[in-house]
Design a protein around this ligand. Sequence first.
Ligand SMILES: Nc1ncnc2c1ncn2[C@@H]1O[C@H](COP(=O)(O)OP(=O)(O)O)[C@@H](O)[C@H]1O
Ligand SMILES: [Mg+2]
Length: 267
Amino acid sequence: MPSSPKIALEVRGLSIAFVETDGSLEVLDNLSFTVEVNSFVCVIGPSGGGKSTLLRALSGLLTPSAGEIRFPHPSHIGPQTGMVFQKPNLMPWRTLFDNISLPLELAGRSKEEIQQATQEMIDLVGLHGFEKSYPHELSGGMAQRVAIARSLVQDPEILLLDEPFGQLDALTRERMGEELLRIWGERRKTVLMVTHSISEAIYLADRVLVMTRRPAQISLDLPITLPRPRTEEMRYQPEFGRLAQLVHEQLSQNDDAMAMPTKSKVA
Ligand SMILES: Nc1ncnc2c1ncn2[C@@H]1O[C@H](COP(=O)(O)OP(=O)(O)O)[C@@H](O)[C@H]1O
Ligand SMILES: [Mg+2]
C-alpha cells in the first residue's frame, strides 16, 4: 500500500473576523485545507478577499477567531514559516549581506554561523558579488531575491509568499518564477504563495486554491498535473489552457455570486 503523503500544514475550520466599531468584518469563513511536505501551492482570489490575512494567520502574526492551524512535522531547528511580501522591505542603510543576515543576528547566532548561512543564501539566490551593495543599487528583481534569501536564512519549514512578484515587470516576473522553482527544487521547501496571476499560479504550482470573495472560502482546489520540470512551451499547450480556464471560470463565478445581490438591491 502506498504510504500517505506527509502533511506540512493543516488548516481546520479557520475563521478570522476583525472587530470594528460598527460590528465585525468577517474575512475568512471556515477554511480547511492541507499542504503536503515539499509541495508548491498557489492561492488566488479577489483583491480584499483575505489572502494576506490567511498568510498572516499562518505565520502567527494574527490569532484566528476560530479553528486551528497545525504544523504536523515541525522542524527541530528553524522557525515554522518564513514570509516574503510584495515589497522587499529592505533596510536602506544595511548592505545586501547585512539585510539577509539580520534574522540570524536577531536570533543571537554566532558570527561563524551568520557568515556561513548568509553566504549560502546569497549564492542560492544568485547574488554572489553583490554582498556589499546597498538596496538603492539593486533592481526590483534583485531586491526581491534578497527578500527571498532573508526569509530562507533561518531555514523555515514553509515559505509563505504574498504576491512576491506583483511589482515587477512581466519578463522579470517570469524569470523570478523560474528562480523560485529552482530554489524550491534545491532546498526542498514547502511553498504557499499568493498570486494575482492565473498563468503564474498554474506554471508554478502542484495545486491551486481559489478563494471566494469575503468572507472567503475555498471554492476550488485544483491539482496541476503538468509534468516537472515546467517549461516555457507548456504555457501554450492545451492542458495549460484548460487549467487556466477552470481557474478563470471559478474566479468569475465567485464574482457573479457577489454581484447579483447588489444588482437586485439597485433594481
Ligand atoms: N488588521 C485589520 N483590521 C481590520 N481589517 C483588516 C485588517 N487587515 C485586513 N483587513 C481587512 O480584511 C479584508 C481582507 O484583507 P486582505 O487579507 O489584505 O485581502 P487580500 O490580501 O486578499 O487583498 C480587507 O477588507 C481588509 O481591509
Ligand atoms: Mg494581499
